[in-house]
Design a protein around this ligand. Sequence first.
Ligand code: MG
Length: 268
Amino acid sequence: MRIARFSIDGNVAFGAVEGSSAPGDESTLVLDIIKGIPFADFELSGTKVPLSKVRLLPPVLPNKVVAVGRNYAEHAAELGHAVVDDQGRAEPPLVFFKPSTSVVGPGDPIAYPSFSEELHHEAELAVVIGRMCREVPRERVKDVILGYTCANDVTARDVQRREQQWARAKGFDSSCPLGPWIETDLDPSDLTIQCTVNGEQRQLGRTGDMIRSIEDLVVHISEAMTLLPGDVILTGTPAGVGPLNVGDEVAVTIEGIGTLTNKVIKRG
Ligand code: MG
């Protein structure tokens, strides 16, 4: 099931997305409004609205976005980072936060921050947590995941280089587009993940090339902190990251999920 969050007539609701469409053409899709919330048992109301008549919102409002760096070897290499130590052992996952205020939805603008001159896109598979959990054993990881969506871990690369902590470089407002919806029925282990800028392909990878699997990441993160329903884990980006400029349209497409599109604007 694809679960979208949207606003209609000033109200916010969740709905199940029904119908199929060509990429980029959502004109035939409809939303069956959900009674309740997707983090508990819910029913479909049977009340349907065309997707074209609503505004899609970020599919969740996470309490926290936990992100993982250097999870694809080719991307780590393009930034000049080793992913194994000098003994050939894998480095532990690099974990950081993006604040809830960085989250925007499909179609929302990415506002170019005033303190950067080098904004980069990072297409990523996002895991949406479905239930409160801590110290999740590997065999229970699938039970705590609601589904998957597309993310763009937008990064002020120049700021990331000059500041030890990445809170500003990766946590500024609108640096975490999520969407267009959550796909709950999906095997995420080997999906195509792509990023285009103004229609031109920049990144193309497969989630099967992650160094740490989704199971690894949930075990590692939940060892340290409680994950709440709606929390999001960003799983790292494949090679091909590159610049975004004001006026660019950036699109993240993941096989089996859909496309998340955002335009870069000058921060007002
Ligand atoms: Mg990233």
